[in-house]
Every structure is written in C-alpha cells, then in structure tokens.
Design a protein around this ligand. Structure first.
Ligand SMILES: Nc1ncnc2c1ncn2[C@@H]1O[C@H](COP(=O)(O)OP(=O)(O)OP(=O)(O)O)[C@@H](O)[C@H]1O
Length: 479
C-alpha cells in the first residue's frame, strides 16, 4: 500500500513526449506468439508496470493506438496479485469502456448517482446511506483503475478523492486522514486530446484541473510507440491533428481524401457519424434493403440492477438483427493470428446449424423458428467462420454482478464516433463537417491504420481543434 501524504508530490514523470514525435513500434502491429493476449511490452510500458508493482499511483496517457488499454488489462492482473482479487476495482468513465475491461462505470463504483451534490453531502450519503454496498466497495478498495479519464470532469475527480479519504477516516484511524485517496492506489488512463467530458458548465472541466490531480500520481507516462498505424507519414499527421495544429501539407493530403460521391464506396467501408440517429438510420435501411429473411438474436442477461442496466451501455446489443449479406463488425477479440479482432469487419454469407452438444448457449439467444442457427461471416481479412455467442460481464472488484450472452457482432455499415473510440478500422468514411466539440475529428481519423483507409466528405479544417487547456497540460507535464 502506498503511503503518499497529501501535499507531497514526488513526480517521476517519464518520456517527455509532448515535443517528441510518436514513433511506430517495431512491427507496427501486435507481435504475438500464438496466444491472443501475448504482446511484447515496450520499455515504457514495462516502466509503468514496474511503477504499479511498487504500489505507486500512475497516470498513463499517449496518442491513440499507443497501447494504453492493452497495458491497463495487464496492470489489472498485476494489481490483483498485489492486493488480492477483492481489493481491485476496475472502472471507466463510459459503459463501453467499462465493459471492454469487464469492469463497471466509475459512477456505479462510487455510488454517487449523478454526483451533483457537494462533496460533504456525497460522502455522508455513502457512509450513512441505507445502501451499504458503495461504502463496502470504498472500504475494500486497495486499488482503483479508471480508464478513459478524458471523459471524467475535474469536479467529480475531487469529489471522489474526498469520499475516499472520508471513508477511510470514518472507518479506520485518523492517521489516514492525510493520505490522498485514503491510501488507495490509483491507475488512471486516457488521452485528454480525445473526447472530453459530456458538456456541462464545469469550472473544472478536465480531470487534470482537479485540486488533487498533481498529488495523486507518483508516476506519469506518456506512451509514444504507436501500434495501430504503420505509416509514419500518417502517424505524423495524426499527431498534428491531435494537437489541433493542422498545417498546409496535412490539409493538402486530407483534401485528396475527399470524395465527390459516397456511392463510389463499397460496403466494406465503415461510415462514421458524429450522431447516433444517423448511424441507426443507415444500418436499418441497408439491412432492410437487402430483402433477405432477418434472424434475430436476443441477449440473455443475468444479474441484478443497477449492474444489469450497464450491460446496455456496452457493445453487446440487446437485440441483434442480421441477414445474409449484412455488413458486420466483431466487438471482441476472437483470434489475433487470424486478425479476427475487435473492429474486424466482414459480410454474412449465410447461417449454419449448430452442432449437437453445442446447442445450450445458442438456445438462449436464438429466436428463429425451430432451428438453432449461427451466422457465418466472411471477414475482409480472409477467413470465413461461424460466430459463436460470447459472454460479457459487469464486475465489481472480482465479483461478477451481471452477465450477458450475445453474439459479438454489430451491424457495420455505420457506427458513431463515440462508439468507435478504442477501435481499429481498416477503412472508414466520415462527414466531419458535422463534427462538434474538441477531439472528435482526432478520434475519427485515428481509427484507421493508414491514410489510404480514410475517405472524407465535407471536411472542415476548423473541426480539427485541441482544447487550449489540454495543450497547456501536456506541455507542462511532459515537455
Ligand atoms: N506492446 C505491444 N505490443 C504489441 N501490440 C500492442 C502493444 N501494446 C498495445 N498493442 C496493440 O496496439 C493496438 C492498440 O492498443 P490499444 O487499443 O490498447 O491502444 P489505446 O492507446 O488504448 O488506443 P485508443 O486511445 O485509441 O483507445 C491493439 O491492437 C493492441 O493489442
């Protein structure tokens, strides 16, 4: 357990990467040795793991595709070795990100509802409220992981620190009053140049503006090996876009990606939209235009509220409608060697009957008259496979609180920029004239592996912007 006292700030920030251009990792893609989760960690990633092992609180940042989430997955295992299964709580600011790590949202962990009350009121709700579950979580927490920190606002971050300290003070001894976060080890990850907190008129919009931010971390790392892209020119341009500093050369390159007519593109190109209504409209229309018989898969859920509802915020759909010819995207890693990873796209070529002895799970989700069938997908990367149901879990600490059985697929003619955060796509088409807010263009552009995979309509250079506070924060912290 770390023993950092409030007010002491032994920052061991590494890799002043604000001014350093990101580099492409050796292979430009994951180096695996046959197993889905095996990667060769970079020196920087190893330094972070070492800091976590020595019980320091760490902040992990870096451009899109530098392996932040991958590293967090590994860190969770390290933390569980140190603190035991019960003492580690994995959270993220959004349901999608939380589900990806089999964790829960930060709000549901903290038991603070919308967190609109002041810190004192929230603390007494947690300590004295009739529902003791939040109190128990805080009391058991020895480590707290928060992914996608860019969407957590500074006021919430301070309120949570206050609650952590208050709970420890009320339940243990007064000497822990001065321990920041009540002595909980924090692992916080995200890129503030990506999507910001949902717009509210916060005085402290970003988490790094929280009063406790600087004292929270003993180790800060800005990862600079990019794994998602393998084209140095594109990595350079993405870094300009990330910082809102598009130059004339970048603009020229992007202008070349403008399409006069979207119909020129085939169905293998994913359409990215800023708003959900456009996404749903495109997917529904294209599905019905195919005129094929539609097969419905209803998710099979287990667990109690409020955890069960969180399943709806993840990538596994409550109701998945598919038919022959439909464009689909995997929402889970199936086989890295075959490139069947989260974000891999393909087309449904037909449906196959489920083999004897493997019907149990399919029976729970398949709503087709009599027969139990699974979709067969021909992936754009080559393989053609039947897709089996997968399991999604919402965990609190190490306890599974809710789970869902569903096929790991979504319709893929279109998706939203918010949902695409964290994904890798081969080819995408987007209309960024409708982009709003900071970070949106950067998230969209950074999903593809190279410039050739990007198609634009109505690109507006002014939509590429980085928040001045974010720029100042990175300069101060990592330069
Ligand atoms: N050390 C590594 N060696 C090989 N591949 C890696 C390594 N670290 C991460 N990757 C791979 O790089 C890709 C991008 O990683 P990841 O999604 O974790 O990046 P990220 O920084 O979280 O991106 P984003 O900010 O867009 O969410 C993934 O395919 C991941 O498996």
């Amino acid at each position: 357990m770390k023993t950092l006292m409030r007010g002491i700030n032994p920052t061991l920030a590494i890799s002043g990467s604000y001014s350093t251009r990101p580099v492409i990792s050796n292979a430009g893609k994951p180096r695996t040795s046959g197993r889905v989760n095996e990667v060769k960690w970079t020196d920087q990633q190893l330094q972070v793991i070492e800091a976590v092992k020595s019980c320091q609180s760490v902040f992990i940042t870096g451009s899109a595709g530098t392996g932040k989430t991958k590293l967090v997955e590994e860190i969770v295992k390290v933390l569980r070795n140190i603190h035991g299964e019960q003492g580690v709580f994995v959270t993220a600011s959004t349901g999608v990100a939380a589900c990806a790590l089999s964790g829960q949202t930060l709000h549901s962990f903290a038991g603070v509802g919308l967190a609109e009350a002041d810190s004192g009121t929230l603390l007494s709700r947690v300590v004295c409220g009739s529902d003791k579950r939040a109190l128990n979580r805080w009391m058991n927490a020895k480590a707290l992981v928060i992914d996608e920190i860019s969407m957590v606002d500074g006021e919430l971050f301070d309120k949570l620190e206050y609650i952590a300290r208050g709970v420890m003070r009320s339940k243990f001894d007064a000497s822990r009053t001065d321990l920041i976060w009540g002595g909980i080890q924090l692992v916080v990850s995200g890129d503030f140049f990506q999507l910001p907190p949902v717009s509210r008129l916060n005085r402290r919009k970003f988490a790094f503006e929280a009063d406790c931010w600087d004292q929270t971390f003993q180790f800060k790392a800005s990862l600079h090996s990019v794994f998602r892209q393998s084209d140095l020119e594109y990595v350079r341009m993405l870094e300009d876009i990330r910082k809102g500093a598009l130059n004339s050369e970048d603009e020229k390159l992007l202008q070349q990606r403008l399409l006069a007519n979207e119909d020129e593109l085939d169905n293998t190109v994913v359409r990215l939209f800023p708003r959900n209504v456009d996404v749903d409209g495109v997917n529904e229309k294209r599905l019905h235009d195919l005129g094929e018989e539609i097969v419905v898969y209803e998710a099979f859920d287990k667990g109690a509220e409020p955890w069960k509802s969180q399943l709806n915020q993840g990538t596994a759909l409550t109701r998945l409608k598919l038919c022959k010819g439909a464009r689909v995207m995997l929402t889970m890693n199936m086989d890295v060697n075959e490139k069947l990873v989260n974000g891999a796209t393909g087309t449904i070529t037909g449906f196959v009957n489920v083999r004897k002895g493997r019907k149990g799970k399919v029976k729970k989700i398949c709503r087709c008259d009599g027969s139990l069938i699974l979709p067969r997908v021909k992936f754009d990367s080559g393989p053609e496979v039947a897709i089996n149901p997968s399991k999604w879990e919402v965990c609190e600490g190490n306890k599974v609180k809710a789970k869902r059985l569903q096929l790991p697929l979504v319709l893929a003619w279109a998706t939203s920029i918010h949902k695409s955060q964290g994904m890798t796509l081969d080819r995408l088409y987007t209309d960024l004239s409708k982009a709003f807010g900071y970070g949106m263009s950067y998230v969209a552009f950074s999903r593809v592996r190279n410039l050739d995979g990007l198609y634009l309509s109505g690109f507006n250079p002014s939509s590429v912007k980085a928040h001045p506070k974010v720029q100042a924060f990175y300069k101060k912290t990592f330069e």
